[in-house]
Design a binder for this molecule. Structure first.
Ligand code: ADP
Ligand code: ZN
Length: 715
């Protein structure tokens, strides 16, 4: 027997190895084996099994996995993803596995086992009559009533004595770190609008359905009905949600109605992750709920794949392999012949365009489900407020906060920045403190009194004075910490919580803040976009967006879309129950269409404006975008290499647009210079082929690092 093994040595390589007799019965496609390579030992995936070879081959050294981790479907899916995203196949296979199962992870995670005792022979009357050990008799009596017992219940000496006498035996049983088997409740009855949407979904002949429903319109309830239908047909289901909204709140909601769910997210320990994954491998679950990589869950017979908040950037992996879970979902949907549901209140403009063109089915839900009305949205022009001396909070927001505090209702304040202030600037010469490695403005953190680079982690002490002219530096911009501080000053009696990356570092801290706020142990929650998604606090009646322009000013063609998404998501947090909600949006760009239209809560109007700009500038959905990033230590040499690639592309493409190479938006990270080439194209197949050629031509280089990003989600 001979196997082809895929190993990674910078690039994908496949080598054949001989299988010694002792391993023959354990060989399966997709499992990992240890193989000799030169004088090294490498891990690799079995991707082919053959009878024999004409060559004299080396033997495989060992087998790592008992079960096939990557089944046939995932093996071929991986090839497709690697081709489409111009990345190594091994890196895709690695992404498909949870951390504990990764080929490169040397930390082995254990399977947890309990040890039990049970009677071998129930005919023990004689022993009970004659034995003088009360302890041993106690064990036996217990086992006569209970079949088995954990060994920890009794002392070891007595147990061992009984084992020796051949009366009882020990045995072990595996258990999972997370175990729940609840009484489950029936699903809620859908309202007429939901039934309409549900029927449209079921009657559609399209592979992909875009469910565009305002926040609180009851999309999640529809998901549950669709999943139940899949299970009733003996099929399985995957539900993807953004990592950040994968809170116990949503998990509990599903566990109330379903057993046999595996949950995959980064909040789990490696052991828990491993166990959740084993539940899938052991076919003990038929629903998987998870973040991006859960799309690779090795479920058979998928009946439905649902992607909630489909516009979320987190579905695209921002490092290699740069796959998008939605593309993967659509590929898997085809394989399993099952529907893919994309749900969102504010879909990706590209996806909405596809739905309007009829490539996807468009299903709408315009009404909130529990009779809650949409919140009132007020836009405040901060240029006027600044003239009145109101720098952080407008009059309107302050009055509204006071009003809600008096009524004992809750308030959420969103600011899409972290830290005390975004940066320090010299008021005299305009000098800004930047990272020496990355050319990125440093963020000042008050708690640690440090300036930090958010890209490479560089930190220094705050010097307080300008290095050029010695003038005292001033805080520019505004962070969540500063907002919290100001609120505490203005409303000393209010109880304030803050949620951002800095307060949610530890496992479980994110949830603690949510629980506290949910239990009304705080009146005001200040936070970054972390607070904008998926949370449902019935007492929140006021949402304030402190500075709506932070995203609008990003150098990215999706900045308007992002602004619209974020504001409407966070607005959706206001007035989810029967209390009327209000949203106050503070901005210096009052006339911007994204900000104007978000207040009328009409996605369609926003889309109609946005699509005109996309068309004019030949942005997606009118083109696809690919990014080629060339990195190297020497500025001039790297630029030369980037030019070489640019020229090669230009020579082989006629109609498509190629921009650059230009200095990347993050031009220097850890002392590596980056140049970017942006391609706007329509002919997908040709570009993918061409870029794969570029990859093959450049991959051997130790001097330059060439990366590809197909349909990048941020710049
Ligand atoms: P979405 O996912 O669109 O934001 P949800 O499914 O979370 O909306 O629904 C919003 C609220 O309305 C939730 O509290 C949910 O339990 C409730 N709800 C949704 N559908 C119904 C229904 N048919 N009957 C009663 N309550 C419902
Ligand atoms: Zn840095």
């Amino acid at each position: 027997m001979v196997v082809s093994v895929l190993v990674e040595i910078n690039i994908d390589k496949v080598f054949d190895y001989n299988v010694p007799d002792r391993f023959k019965d354990s060989i399966k496609m997709g499992i990992r084996v240890l193989v000799p390579f030169g004088n090294r030992t490498l891990e690799g995936f079995i991707i082919d099994i053959k009878n024999s070879s004409n060559f004299d081959l080396k033997d495989i050294l060992d087998i790592i996995d008992k079960d096939a981790i990557l089944n046939d479907e995932l093996l071929s899916l991986g090839k497709e993803i690697s081709k489409n995203n111009i990345c190594n196949l091994t890196s895709v296979y690695q992404s498909m596995l949870p951390v504990g199962l990764k080929a490169s992870s040397n930390r082995k995670i254990s399977i947890r086992k309990n040890t039990y005792i049970r009677l071998i022979n129930k005919d023990i009357k004689e022993f009970l009559d004659t034995s003088r050990s009360t302890k041993q008799k106690e064990i036996i009596n217990y086992l006569l009533d209970n079949n088995n017992a954990l060994t920890t219940m009794f002392d070891n000496a007595s147990i061992n004595a009984l084992v020796k006498k051949g009366i009882i035996e020990k045995y072990t049983e595996e258990y999972y770190r997370i175990n729940d088997n609840n009484e489950i409740e029936d699903l809620v009855k859908l309202n007429p609008y939901q039934i309409d949407a549900y029927n449209q979904i079921n009657n559609s002949h399209k592979d992909v359905i875009l469910l565009n429903g305002v926040t609180g319109s009851g999309k999640t309830e529809i998901y549950m009905h669709l999943i139940k239908d899949a299970l009733d047909n003996k099929k399985s289901a995957i539900l993807l949600v953004p990592e950040i909204s994968l809170t116990p709140q949503i998990i509990a909601r599903f566990k109330k109605h379903f057993n046999n769910i595996a949950v995959l997210h980064s909040g789990l320990s490696q052991g828990e992750k491993y166990d959740e994954y084993r539940k899938i491998l052991n076919k003990e679950v038929n629903i998987v709920i998870g973040a991006r990589s859960a799309i690779f869950a090795p479920l058979n017979d998928l009946g439905i794949i649902i992607i909630d908040e489909e516009h979320s950037q987190t579905y695209k992996q921002d490092h290699n392999p740069r796959y998008n879970a939605i593309d993967v979902a659509i590929l898997r949907g085809k394989t399993h012949n099952c529907k893919v549901i994309l749900g969102s209140a504010t879909p990706m403009v590209e996806d909405y365009a596809r739905a309007k063109k009829g490539y996807y089915e468009l299903v709408k839900l315009d009404k909130r489900a529990n009779n809650a009305s949409m919140p009132i949205v007020n836009i405040v022009d901060m240029t006027k407020e600044t003239k009145k001396g109101n720098k952080i909070f407008s009059e309107e927001l302050l009055l509204s906060i006071e009003d809600r505090l008096n009524k004992q209702e809750q308030i959420m304040l969103l600011l899409n920045k972290r830290g005390y202030s975004s940066y320090l600037m010299c008021p005299n010469c305009g000098e800004v403190k930047k990272c020496p490695n990355c050319d990125i403005t440093l963020t000042y953190h008050k708690t640690s009194n440090m300036n930090r680079c958010h890209y490479c982690g560089y930190a220094d002490n705050n010097k307080e004075v300008c290095s050029k002219c010695n003038t005292k530096l001033v805080n520019m911009g505004l962070g969540t910490e500063k907002v919290e501080e100001e609120i505490n000053k203005l409303f000393p009696d209010a109880r304030v919580l803050r949620m951002d990356i800095d307060t949610t570092n530890n496992k479980g801290s994110h949830q603690k803040i949510i629980d506290k706020f949910m239990n009304h142990e705080a009146d005001i929650l200040v936070g970054t976009q972390m607070i904008s998604k998926g949370l449902d606090f019935p007492l929140v009646t006021l949402v304030g967006v402190i500075n709506a322009d932070t995203i609008l000013n990003l150098p990215d063609f999706r900045s308007s879309e992002r602004t619209y998404d974020l504001i409407s998501q966070v607005s959706g947090r206001a007035g989810r129950s029967n209390l009327k909600g209000k949203v106050v949006i503070q901005t210096y760009n009052e006339d911007n269409y994204a900000i104007k239209l978000v207040s009328s809560n009409n996605y369609e109007d926003f889309y109609n404006e946005e699509i005109l700009i996309r068309k004019k500038l030949y942005y997606p959905p009118y083109s696809f975008i690919a990014l080629v990033k060339v990195g190297g230590k020497d500025f001039n040499e790297t630029l030369k290499e980037a030019n070489k690639i640019g020229n090669y592309l230009r020579k082989n493409i006629d109609k498509e647009i190629i921009l650059g190479p230009s200095v990347a938006s993050l031009s220097r990270i850890n002392n590596i210079y980056y140049f970017e080439i942006i391609i706007k194209y329509r002919d997908k197949d040709n570009i993918i082929k061409l870029l794969n050629d570029v990859k093959d031509l450049t991959i051997g280089s130790s001097k330059f690092n060439v990366q590809f990003d197909i349909n990048p989600i941020s710049f």
